[in-house]
Design a protein around this ligand. Sequence first.
Ligand SMILES: [Zn+2]
Length: 338
Amino acid sequence: MTRKSKIRDLKERFEKTLKKVGKELRKLPVDVKRDEYIRTTVDSDISDRLNKEELNFLGGFREAKKHLKEISSIQTSIPKILIFDIETAPLESYHWGLWNQNIGLNQVKEDWTVLSWAAKWAGSDEVFYMDTSKQKDLRDDRKILEGIWKLLDEADITVTQNGVSFDHKKLNARFIQHGMKPPSSCKKLDTKLMAKKYFKFTSNKLEYMTDKLCTKYKKLSHGKFPGMALWTEYLKGNKEAAKEMKLYNEYDVRSLEELFFKLLPWDNQIDFNTYIDSCEMHICTCGSVDSVKKGFHYTRTGKYQKYICKSCGKESRDRTNLLSKDKRKKTIRSRCSR
Ligand SMILES: [Zn+2]
């Protein structure tokens, strides 16, 4: 192989690797898109035989390959974040009036069931959806429950709007009635609880929050079947209603994801650093690795590195005490001597 063809071959491989790095990077839910990944360094083996331009290519190639490896190790340790939403069928009952009714169990004609669910993994564009509309019995949720069970079992973190008190528990109630096992445990994040904890919005409803905070996916207001009509028509087997159910359910999940990433920088419940230990960079709670060191946090016995996230502005700090053991011993102990 001549020197020229060798270089050409390497250039081609470099470009392919770079493309792959870019593709992999786009798949990451956390923002590890760093220029550092494609920094140019010199391949020492042949460096002295090449000119500057060739060196840059080879350096970049070696670096790109190294970072592709790094990315795939980060890729495997990134927590799987499942964003989901369910729709349930209402109970049907016999009752004698409308106002202030107290319906006994023996008046229940049909118990509630799960009608549909939509879910997606954070960072991926695909939305999964299942409903009962193609079944003979629209209230038989066994099959669609198995679908969401599998996803829940895989998830490290789940994101819902009001799901801690509703979606998760509703699903559990149906899982157990079908004799299904509990899915593997996960960290449950709830945008409604996040909103309550950190903000005082006029409303903590998905509709209000996505309208105020989201730019891409705001909650859709119902079209053909306003309010209850969507459920009653769906249960009558109206295909148009089933179509609308799918549309809103999927859209809700997309807008929930956007809202979640808007709220995430304010929240401390997940620390990506504990999940992605193969990433040496400091990862902010918003998922960005673009943090800069900024001063220290001091306590009575310690000094800790502080960071400011360039992406969301959130401050965070290391747990490592930078104070030496000797110095720590010399810190003043406050004890009441009187
Ligand atoms: Zn951040």
